[in-house]
Write a protein that binds this ligand. Structure first.
Ligand code: URP
Ligand code: ZN
Ligand code: ZN
Length: 466
């Protein structure tokens, strides 16, 4: 079937203008002046007065992630449905190697969880929790299966943590394979010592989580990750960057021409340590929300404009506040010891609307840069062919977006499988209206019309540094 998205302002990373987009089957076959394709389509979507964006690409989500003795509350079915409603048509989630187990078993396990359930297209990174000769050898098979990026943790000793030596070994192997190393850059050894000291002194509440995980320790770890990548020759991608000290390390590396990239997330742009102090466990994530008075949020907005930050992803990792759908009150699990609170926040549904509203509508970034960091650059960096762009031959993943529509974010109306929202009551300007996934209208006027299994696994290439 041919679909015409007619008369909208088509936005790409390099420019915008009023145009028609003609879709045949799963692909875009034409982008041209309004009226030029009118004869050719069986279905017309009137996009006049709307923006037409490439479907969002969120390269950092955690559906059904086992953590802290529970599992993140969104399944691949519920979480990807929320992603679609929010205008994200591709996610890259994380398969996780079990300690002592083969790396590829993590991929097999996550492939089985996602198969036939997803509302949007999906790929995987692999979290390496056990760097051994065997798991290093398995990296080439992972790349051959379309998983060209591996996450290593400088945080969480005894759980996911890797030593600097292990990280260097993984980076050396990634460099040889043309793969990318993602790093969770917080100094976990120092953090755990400070956390133990806090608990021993009776400081056990959620706010302490934000105090012991100092931005200085994120900066130090990021600087170290850059050094390890430099000596290894690997491409480095710093995930969920939250602190200006970490941004400084990334900016310095990029000035020196190193193959170093970083993402931040809406929670670090919009929320602060004051939200953790007010909201408690529901706002616990790692790295933590940062003190607004220290200027992290402004630095991150600046980094997005200068290009020191390349991507905005969500690190969507939701848990429940009270019992929900058979799940326990997950965020209550650390009462009496903040170290036991499951880390992570919901957000996959709100990335485009929050960034458009807080970024574009407030004049902090251009609409083209918004498209770049939410779709085009993540697709290029992570080797997602056909994604993140509007052009002939690209996948027809399109979002019709009303830039003027104001609405309020709330757990009462969101679609993520959690009973609270860290963005509760925030009014945003701009709303996702209609979403095409490879030509199929999976969201129409804000209502989900797709089915589980619409989304396909996307084997990724090695990616390129834009
Ligand atoms: O708190 C967070 N970010 N939870 C998700 C896991 C991770 O480290 O990305
Ligand atoms: Zn992480
Ligand atoms: Zn994460």
């Amino acid at each position: 079937m041919r679909t015409l998205v007619s008369g909208g302002t088509v936005v790409t990373a390099s420019g915008s203008g009023v145009a028609d987009v003609l879709v045949d089957g799963e692909r875009i076959i034409g982008v041209a002046a309004p009226g030029s394709h009118a004869f050719a389509a069986e279905r017309v979507i009137d996009a006049r007065g709307r923006l037409v964006l490439p479907g969002g690409v969120d390269v950092h989500t955690h559906m059904e992630l086992p953590a802290a003795g529970t599992v993140s509350s969104d399944t691949f079915e519920t979480g990807t449905r929320a992603a679609a409603i929010g205008g994200t048509t591709t996610i890259v989630d994380f398969g996780v190697q079990r300690k002592g187990g083969p790396l590829l078993a993590g991929l097999d396990e996550w492939m089985a969880k996602a198969a036939g359930r997803c509302a949007v297209d999906y790929g995987f990174h692999l979290s390496m929790t056990d760097v051994t000769d065997a798991s290093l050898a398995e990296m080439s098979e992972a790349v051959a299966r379309g998983v060209s990026s591996f996450k290593l943790f400088m945080a969480y000793p005894g759980v996911n943590y890797s030593t600097d030596g292990e990280i260097v070994r993984a980076m050396r192997r990634a460099a040889a394979l043309g793969a990318t190393i993602l790093v969770h850059a917080e100094n976990g050894i120092a953090i755990d010592a400070l956390a133990a000291e806090a608990v021993a002194a009776g400081r056990t509440g959620p706010s302490e989580h934000g105090r012991v995980r100092s931005p200085v320790l994120e900066g130090e770890a990021t600087h170290r990750a850059v050094a390890l990548a430099e000596v290894s020759g690997a491409r480095l991608y710093v995930v969920h960057l939250s602190a200006l000290q970490a941004l400084d390390a990334v900016a310095a590396a990029r000035r020196r021409g190193l193959d170093v990239h970083a993402e931040t997330c809406p929670q670090y742009l919009v929320l602060g340590l004051d939200d953790l102090d007010r909201g408690g466990a529901e706002y616990v994530c790692s790295p933590p929300l940062r003190d607004r008075a220290e200027g992290h949020q402004e630095a991150l907005w600046r980094g997005l404009v200068t290009g020191d930050l390349s991507v905005v992803s969500t690190d969507h990792c939701p848990f429940t506040s009270g019992p929900l759908d058979g799940l326990p009150a997950q965020k209550r699990m650390g009462e009496g010891d903040f170290r036991l609170i499951p880390n992570g926040l919901p957000g996959v549904e709100h990335r485009l609307e929050l960034l458009y509203s807080e970024g574009v509508a407030r004049g902090r970034m251009s609409v083209e840069r918004f498209v770049d960091v939410t779709a085009t650059t993540p697709a290029r960096l992570f080797g997602l062919p056909g994604k993140g762009a509007i052009g002939v031959g690209a996948d027809a993943d399109l979002v019709v977006f009303d830039p003027g529509r104001r609405h309020v974010l709330s757990a009462r109306t969101h679609h993520m499988r959690t009973d609270y929202s860290v963005y509760e009551g925030i009014e945003v300007t701009g709303k996702v209206e209609t979403v095409l996934l490879r030509g199929e209208a999976v969201v129409v006027d804000g209502t989900y019309r797709g089915r589980p299994g619409d989304g396909r696994f996307v084997p990724r290439t090695r990616g390129e540094a834009p």
